[in-house]
Structures are given as C-alpha cells and as structure tokens.
Design a protein around this ligand. Structure first.
Ligand code: ZN
Ligand code: ZN
Length: 134
C-alpha cells in the first residue's frame, strides 16, 4: 500500500518528546486540535529573554501543519491525504484532529521562525536590523 495513505506516526515527527506527549494526550482526550511550538517553548518565554524593542516585534502565528486520524493517530500533511486514508484504511473513522504549530513571527519582517533559536538568529540578520532602524 502507498505509504502516503498510511501517514506518519506521531513518534516519528521532528518535534520534542514533550510535544509528542501533548499531541497524544489531546488526541486521546477527544479534543479537536492541539497547539504547539516546534521547540516546545512559548512566545511569552521568548519575550522575557529579549530586549524591550525586540520583544515588541515578536508575535505568535498559528498555522495548521498536520491532520491526524482519530482512529490510528497517524499524521498527514494535508487534509486531502487524511481523507484518502480514511477511505482506504480507517474506513469507520470520520473527522480529523488538527496539529497547529505556533510560529515565532517577526512583525517587522513578516517572517516566521520555528524555534526560539532561529528567531534569535533572525534578530541578528542585516535584513532585520535594517527594518528595525527604518
Ligand atoms: Zn487512521
Ligand atoms: Zn525581523
């Protein structure tokens, strides 16, 4: 069978164990979605580490990055792939569980970073520094 129809187990996702636990827990609890960051940290905790000027340019940007099957908990990158899966594999299951990733967004440059480390690197780029001085 086409591996795309099977999906990806949560355990194989490129995210911290704590986030995998959270996804599994919310899915098992029957929630419709869960929100997480790629590094398991939060926008608020990033703000506390930045200077006042930098902290005002960081905001949360939530994007749905995955659709999980409530039947087998495997994850798909598109809703259409989940629907194909439920037609072929989990035929008695309907609906989806949303994996919503919060990105660290720079409101000055309108760009998203997946981790706090990436955001801090972004703050040192010439593009960002130029925007900041404009
Ligand atoms: Zn399934
Ligand atoms: Zn920026």
């Amino acid at each position: 069978m086409d591996p795309a129809v099977i999906g990806t187990p949560i355990s194989l996702l490129q995210i911290p164990e704590s986030v995998k636990d959270q996804i599994g827990r919310d899915l098992a609890a029957g929630s419709s979605s869960t929100t997480f960051t790629q590094d398991g940290l939060s926008v608020d905790s990033l703000k506390t580490e930045l200077s006042h000027d930098d902290s005002t340019s960081v905001e949360a940007n939530d994007v749905q990055v995955g659709w999980a099957c409530p039947g087998c908990s495997n994850v798909f990158q598109r809703e259409s792939m989940l629907m194909a899966h439920q037609k072929a594999v989990c035929t008695s299951i309907n609906g989806s569980f949303g994996l919503i990733q919060t990105h660290y967004r720079c409101s000055l440059c309108e760009c998203d970073c997946g981790s706090q480390r990436d955001f801090k690197t972004h703050l040192t780029t010439s593009d960002h520094l130029k925007k900041r001085s404009d």
